[in-house]
Design a protein around this ligand. Structure first.
Ligand code: NAP
Ligand code: GDD
Length: 337
């Protein structure tokens, strides 16, 4: 029988890669989308344009339990991937309230509606390495205590605990992936990797002259989104529900990312990168590096991209997109970072 999957956040980076992954495995893929003022659907659904006719989209809001209940009650989903969230850490410092509302209540509503109508549906929660925050050990693994450093990190800890509680209290098949940073050509422009690669492309093409960044010493374990969505799917195919760290096990500074991205186009980052205090965060996560040995052992998961390939693909893609769009598709100053 054809499996039916629901993806919240299908218009985002991971949602789009996951939808492609599930379609390729013969799933009937449904997605939740919210109503926004931007009506141009080629932009609004830009990441899923190429597969749009193979998807069933439902309008619903994470702020509204009845709207979620309505969609779930009319479709017998086998698997639900709850990816929708306010995912930008810097923004969570500016507006912690809406981040908490979307990320905590939205997750709770999804779990409660599934419990009510379709408790047999398997559930994936998009947990984050941001939950480790001021890290208690290096590398971080499933047993590492959480110490979140942002409203976003706190909201993800709450979502993680809710997911575990529904598993333990109601016997539902609920899993959390504790995913470390993952990127790719579809990454939002405000995140540091895409801000760097899109600005590198703009500088190379003579459309920009500098790149303003905050903390260049922060270290992240950067993988590719296409690799990480495979892990989400694998988690829901196991005999028992559990939580897994998904990471490459390698860490690099923002400075190293810059160096490699500029190198791709034959430029020296030191001539273009300007440190700008506006992009520093009130509390920083200094270092993230994950130990994904449980996922390797139990899920048979391993990343296929390495750091150099990731950076090279992003720079290449941004050069192409920027050329094709006549300079329109690139980082444009976001008020907070
Ligand atoms: P993303 O590109 O920012 O996508 C976020 C998605 O959530 C979009 O589809 C967005 O819809 C939707 N969304 C945001 N606020 C919403 C709201 N109030 N109601 C309904 N939908 C809403 O994020 P991503 O990188 O794909 O990440 C997917 C998930 O994984 C997120 O939960 C993120 O926190 C988590 N995560 C990401 C990483 C990473 O490095 N990428 C690592 C760990 C965990 P619109 O298109 O309508 O805005
Ligand atoms: N965005 C941004 N902009 N970050 C900058 C900048 C800048 O100009 N300059 C330095 N940074 C540093 C940030 O301070 C942070 O230490 C690092 O670059 C990465 O920032 P982001 O790319 O915004 O990602 P993040 O690590 O805060 O959060 C991402 O990864 C989490 C998993 O650890 C997001 O995808 C989260 O949703 C995800 O959960």
């Amino acid at each position: 029988m054809t499996k039916k999957a629901l993806i919240t956040g299908i218009t985002g980076q991971d949602g789009s890669y996951l939808a492609e992954h599930l379609l390729a495995r013969g799933y009937e893929v449904h997605g939740l989308v919210r109503r926004v003022a931007l009506e141009d659907s080629s932009r609004r659904f830009g990441r899923i344009n190429s597969i749009r006719d193979q998807l069933t989209l439902h309008a619903a809001s994470l702020e509204s339990y009845p709207s979620l209940f309505h969609v779930i009650s009319r479709n017998p989903f086998d698997e639900c991937y709850h990816l929708a969230a306010q995912s930008f850490v810097a923004e969570s410092f500016s507006d912690g309230f809406s981040t908490m509302n979307t990320n905590i209540n939205g997750t709770h509503y999804m779990l409660a509606a599934l419990r009510e109508i379709r408790p047999e549906c398997r559930f994936y929660f998009a947990g984050s390495s941001e939950m480790f925050g001021r890290v208690r050990e290096i590398p971080q693994r499933e047993s590492t205590p959480f110490y979140p450093r942002s409203p976003y990190g706190i909201s993800k800890c709450a979502g993680f605990e809710l997911t575990r509680n529904y598993r333990e209290a109601y016997g539902m098949f609920c899993c959390s992936g504790i995913l470390f940073n993952h990127e790719g050509p579809r990454r939002g422009f405000e995140f540091v990797t895409r801000k760097i690669t899109s600005t590198v492309a703009a500088i190379k093409l003579g459309m920009a002259s500098e790149l303003r960044l905050g903390n260049l010493d922060a270290k992240r374990d950067w993988g590719h989104s296409a690799d990480y969505v495979r892990a989400m799917h694998l988690m829901l195919q196991q005999d028992e529900p559990d939580d897994y760290v998904i990471a490459t096990g390698e860490t690099h500074t923002v400075r190293e990312f810059c160096e490699m991205a500029f190198e791709q186009v034959g430029l020296d980052y030191r001539r273009y990168v300007v440190v700008d205090e506006r992009f520093y965060r009130p509390a920083e996560v200094e270092i993230l590096v994950g130990d994904a040995s449980k996922a390797r052992r139990e899920l048979g998961w391993a990343p296929q991209y390495d750091f150099r390939e990731l950076v090279a693909e992003m720079v290449r893609s941004d050069l192409e997109q920027l050329t094709r769009s006549g300079g329109a598709l690139r980082y444009a100053a976001w008020p907070v970072g």
